[in-house]
Design a protein around this ligand. Structure first.
Ligand code: BYC
Ligand code: FE
Ligand code: FE
Length: 470
């Protein structure tokens, strides 16, 4: 399946055979380009960046590297190859052929999910738009821009579905994607975490570790969808998501490593005088980003989620590998609830608990990386462990939103929580200190002092390669 580069919009969906759709997308494209110019990376638009561009969806074929200007990036529309005779794999329609067109009764629901997914993509680009000025190296600057152009492509992916399958409503929603703005009082992005600020690179690494990982889990459950074009689109997006999470995990890991080295060298926990981030501050950043990211899974008990499932629209993580009836009508699932002053596990309808189940899968995945960061500390002989806070800590969505819960999972009074807050979440002083470290480093092969260099470069290039030509 090649991609037609003669087209204005690279694609593997035979766009040229559908003139009406092609024209609709070509009409949307200038709006996207103005949005990118206005809300994409601040400056650097006239600099060559060593970027990967999708040119084919085949294994090993979709990553094509070269120096390009970001405004010339070929944002395209790519679906993973169709599976022969694909079926709806769960819910009331289980066993019926997967839908190539949107079933009428699912229209509104599917559109809403696609809009919610699509909205996060430009939101993250907006959140990250000022980071280029303070990049800790050219290597990191390039990774930021790679993530940004791919989130732009993910927006294209959802806009394609809206234009191709939702008619006039879809076109209006596609316009709306370019109108909302992250953090805007009157026109905010849809989901909470995407209206937070990403003011510094520690936040960026935490965001790509925790929040892009929500992307992985949401996309994986939409990849199970009975609506086949959505499934195929999400499957291809997941290949790109892996890099975003790599940026986060390795980014935080390099910060941990530098901190550990300085703690050893100076025999102190207070590495701030040496220009690095102390472990207590790292833990507070982790607490913040984890808690806002688990909010993205919605309420623990959700009839929306049950409906998505029974309708065959949104499955569980790796649905087809789960050994059960894939209908869940009588199934139960254990969910943590609060009763009086306690948090206790209760059996609930598995259908209503699907958000919580996906959150459980996500939390396990998050913890694996935290343990790899802890191994770096252990290898330096440091007796400190980073930890995920309790899932009830600092929540805005779901059953814990009205509670005050410590990172250890103890329900406390509002007064006690407020007294603990500065030990648990980044303080203005932490943010000011981290901001003071953010001095851009632009010489090839040089790195800011608050993080270790990466183990290797990108796509076999050396670490001191000119990843961005300034
Ligand atoms: N903020 O039944 P409930 C990514 C709303 S990240 C604000 O609990 P439901 C990326 C909810 O909409 C992946 N509002 O939730 C990462 C509902 O509103 P209505 C993004 C929220 O519907 C990094 C009400 O509360 N993809 O790709 O079961 C960089 C009660 O809802 C929030 C998706 O999210 C919140 N956090 O599930 C770039 C997939 N949570 O109906 C990109 C698509 C809930 O009362 N979305 N609400 O008006 C979904 O599957 C679902 O919409 C959710 C919510 C899982 C988000
Ligand atoms: Fe994305
Ligand atoms: Fe991403």
């Amino acid at each position: 399946m090649g991609i037609d580069y003669q087209e204005r919009i690279p694609n593997n969906v035979d766009l040229s055979d559908n003139r009406r759709l092609q024209r609709a997308l070509e009409a949307w494209q200038p709006g996207f380009q103005s949005w990118w110019a206005e809300m994409g990376p601040d400056e650097f638009q006239d600099k060559e960046v060593f970027l990967r561009t999708a040119i084919s969806v085949e294994k090993d074929g979709w990553a094509n590297f070269g120096h390009v200007l970001m405004p010339d990036y070929r944002w395209g529309i790519f679906l993973a190859p169709a599976e022969d005779d694909r079926r709806v794999n769960f819910g009331d329609e289980k066993g019926k052929p997967a839908w190539q067109e949107v079933p009428g009764e699912l229209r509104g629901t599917l559109r809403r999910l696609i809009v919610t997914q699509g909205d996060t993509e430009p939101a993250s680009v907006e959140q990250q738009r000022h980071l280029g000025h303070t990049a800790p190296s050219l290597y990191d600057l390039r990774n930021l821009f790679q993530v940004n152009v791919e989130e732009g492509r993910h927006l294209w992916a959802m806009v394609y579905l809206l234009h191709a399958h939702f008619g006039r409503d879809g076109r209006e929603e596609a316009e709306g994607m370019l109108e909302r703005r992250s953090g805007d009082e009157d026109h905010p992005r849809i989901l909470g975490a995407f209206n937070e600020k990403t003011p510094d690179w520690l936040s960026f690494f935490m965001f790509t570790y925790f929040t892009d990982r929500d992307g992985k889990y949401q996309l994986a459950s939409l990849a199970e969808s009975g609506f086949d074009p959505l499934s195929r689109t999400c499957r291809f997006m997941l290949t790109e998501e892996a890099h975003h999470m790599f940026v986060g995990e390795s980014g935080v890991g390099r910060v941990v490593q530098r901190t550990a080295e300085l703690m050893r060298a100076h025999d102190t926990e207070d590495v701030r005088p040496f220009g690095a981030v102390d472990l207590a501050t790292l833990q507070r950043y982790l607490n913040f980003h984890f808690s806002v990211s688990i909010d993205l899974f919605g309420s623990e008990l959700s009839t929306n989620a049950a409906t998505y499932y029974t309708m065959g629209i949104k499955g569980r993580y790796q649905e087809t590998r789960i050994d059960d009836d894939h209908r869940l009508n009588d199934a139960l699932y254990s969910v943590i609830r609060h009763e009086g002053d306690d948090l206790v596990a209760r059996e609930e309808s598995a259908l209503n608990a699907l958000n919580e189940r996906l959150r459980d899968d996500y939390v396990k995945d998050c913890d694996r990386g935290v343990q790899r960061w802890n191994k770096i500390l252990r290898d330096h002989g440091i007796d400190f462990e980073l930890r995920l806070p309790h899932r009830a800590f600092h929540r805005q969505i779901g059953a814990f939103a009205d509670l005050h819960v410590t990172p250890e999972g103890r329900i406390v009074s509002e007064a006690e929580w407020n007294a603990g807050r500065e030990a648990w979440l980044p303080t203005p002083a932490d943010e000011a200190f981290v901001a003071s470290l953010m001095q851009g480093v632009t010489e090839p092969g040089k790195f800011a002092g608050w993080l270790a260099p990466p183990a290797r470069g990108i796509n076999g290039q050396p670490v001191d390669f000119d990843y961005v030509r300034l």
